[in-house]
Design a protein around this ligand. Structure first.
Ligand code: MEV
Length: 314
């Protein structure tokens, strides 16, 4: 009996979250050291089984047609992929899911698991799904989790490379003069992305002039940051991160815990720091010189971070 395995990375947004939902550019990178893993084993029972031990969820699938509107994202991605691979009946397999990515933390755990499931199924079937098509399938499931996502999360995870992303535009890779070191710290508080995105939408409706100016400026920051990455200017990137964070605060998507961690990183010598992703909870990110790495990590733990991860952008 064959066993097939595959995996997909986590992601972090560097600049431009929320504004990206309104067509502004944003920058994101994969975290390749933090992954979700999927393995497929064959069995003799009738149904296809999805076993997600970390999520404490198991599902049996007996038809590849949609059976209910509120089907889990895990069931949806399996059905979408099986349809794509021209199955008419679910194969007799177990799909085992294991993820190192904290759930609801803004690190793309849902998109990563969807990507790993689709990849493993296509390898199992020996049929290739192009990255472009895979990205579309994962995006369909993202809509279920987040309502009206920009598509940045699934894109950076499916292609697993740093991206300059703008809705409706062809994918643009990010060019970086020299590797940069980032520290990501988790507040331990779930990031309610859908709620935060909806609240920004309310701001756009209630105070359009002021809110659109903020979104516009965030878009400009992403453009400038792309340039600074090409020139390797850490000081300028740090300043842009601070400005981006303050604008996100004005969009009401930061929180006391995120602000505390952002300040702690700066006081410990980071070039810059900001919340990352949907906000309210979840993660912040700091750009640091590697010589300040330990000091910043310690300061983040002392300020209440539940988990700290270092990652290099190259
Ligand atoms: C979530 O990782 C990023 C947001 O900009 C939402 C989105 O782009 O869909 C907050």
């Amino acid at each position: 009996m064959k066993t097939i395995t595959s995996s997909a990375s986590a992601k972090v947004i560097l600049f431009g979250e929320h504004a990206v939902v309104y067509g502004k550019p944003a920058l994101a990178m994969p975290i390749s050291s933090l992954r979700s893993y999927v393995s497929i084993t064959e069995h003799k029972d009738q149904a296809l089984r999805i076993i997600a031990e970390d999520l404490q969820e198991t599902y049996s699938i007996r038809t590849i047609e949609p059976t209910e509107t509120n089907e889990s994202g895990l069931v949806k991605i399996v059905k979408y992929t099986l349809n794509e691979l021209a199955y008419t009946q679910p194969p007799k397999i177990n799909i085992n899911i294991h993820s190192e990515i904290p759930i609801a933390s803004g690190l793309g755990s849902g998109a990563s698991i969807s990507t790993a499931i689709a990849r493993t199924l296509s390898t199992y079937t020996d049929r290739v799904i192009s990255d472009e098509r895979l990205n579309q399938l994962v995006y369909e499931v993202e809509k279920l989790y987040h309502g009206s996502p920009s598509g940045i999360d699934n894109t950076v995870i499916v292609y697993e490379r740093p991206v300059f992303f703008q809705q409706g535009q062809p994918l643009q890779p990010l060019h970086i003069l020299r590797p940069l070191y980032f520290i990501i710290a988790n507040t331990g508080i779930p990031a309610p992305t859908r709620e935060a995105v909806n609240d920004v939408r309310q701001l756009v409706l209630n105070t359009p002039e002021k809110t659109n100016m903020i979104l516009e400026r965030i878009g400009e920051i992403s453009m400038q940051a792309r340039q600074e990455l090409m020139e390797g200017d850490e000081e300028s990137l740090g300043r842009l991160m601070q400005e981006n964070h303050n604008l996100l605060r004005r969009l009401t998507v930061s929180s006391v815990q995120l602000d505390t961690l952002v300040d702690a990183a700066i006081h410990a010598g980071a070039y810059g720091s900001k919340m990352s992703g949907g906000g309210r909870g979840g993660n912040m990110i700091a750009l640091v010189d590697e010589s300040r790495r330990e000091a910043v990590e310690q300061a983040l733990y002392a300020a209440g971070a539940k988990r700290v991860i270092g990652t290099r952008l190259k």
